[in-house]
Design a protein around this ligand. Sequence first.
Ligand SMILES: Cc1cc2nc3c(=O)[nH]c(=O)nc-3n(C[C@H](O)[C@H](O)[C@H](O)COP(=O)(O)O)c2cc1C
Length: 348
Amino acid sequence: MKLHELKIGTFVAPVPLIQGGMSIRVSTADLAIPVAECGGIGTIGGSGLPVKELQADIRKAKEATDGIIAVNIMFAMKGFHELLIGSIEAGVDMIITGAGFSRDVFKIGKEHNVPIVSIVSSVNFARLAERLGAAAIVVEAAEAGGHLGTDVLLRDLFPDIRKAITKVPLIAAGGITTGAEMAEIMMGEYGADGVQIASRFVLSDECSVSQEFKETYLKAQQKDIINVESPVGMTGRAIRTKFVERMERGEDVSTEKCKFKCLKKCSYKYCINDRLMASCTGDVDNGLVFCGANAWKMDSILPVKEIFRQFVEDAEAAYQKPEARNQKTEDRHQKLGKRSETKTPEDR
Ligand SMILES: Cc1cc2nc3c(=O)[nH]c(=O)nc-3n(C[C@H](O)[C@H](O)[C@H](O)COP(=O)(O)O)c2cc1C
């Protein structure tokens, strides 16, 4: 059976796969373009970028492809509004937003005819997003990378939200690394309309992070993937690096002066902008390497085209097997190391 397309607003992605936005400068136009060319939705991570840099990246992507280009902006960012308006002015196709909840964003999206996709981790916020006019909703579960809004696993979280959301596409995110898992979550009891996948795309030729960043993914074992405290006030999932070990030992890892003033609320425990950029540019020892809970399962760097080919082929093959409908992957039983005690940002 063929995978169905994913319709968001007036946009139609032939492959129901959103490449998850990854800040800062992990998912740039270089990654979003081949994803869009393959029929998915290519997402530029917009949080923490200067508006002009983000606009230039959006224009680069829009000139290079007729596919769908989105921008992901975290509501927790101080420059949220400027990045949102700047992205729309630069001609982005849709906005994907999470890490907090903005009511205004739906009005702005409507005014400019730009679909807004909400990332949520609870039934209540999924309902609210649908009511306020989200064009699609991403359910981001505990297995996701970056900042986490819940400690509930995808296969436990998704069904309740599926029951509550009937009017707009519902997309599953967190820990999906194969086409078989994509098929599992899109059929039978789960019934997702699409998936959002990020970590698998870090290990692509086109992802612009340093080779050291990718090597850290390749070397990581399950025990190296842990929850860390983020100055954003949420738990983040990352690979244990020397910097993380320093935090675990209780060392002072703060910076003397805040250079970026990027967050609405910052604990100043360390500079997240500096630490993410350090790993992106190759200084992994001093950096933070965000990843999904299942990043340890991946062992190859591939071209985006090949990643898509494998996802689509494996998902469509799994669709044909009726027994796959009841398949429960090991993820359901997998213990996520240290569980987050953080409340969802939406609950605050
Ligand atoms: C390196 C990295 C950076 C991320 N940055 C962001 C971000 O800036 N904003 C956001 O909403 N989600 C972010 N995420 C979450 C992803 O967009 C995605 O929803 C999630 O990681 C999906 O799970 P997977 O990585 O297991 O596929 C990030 C994930 C990773 C791995």
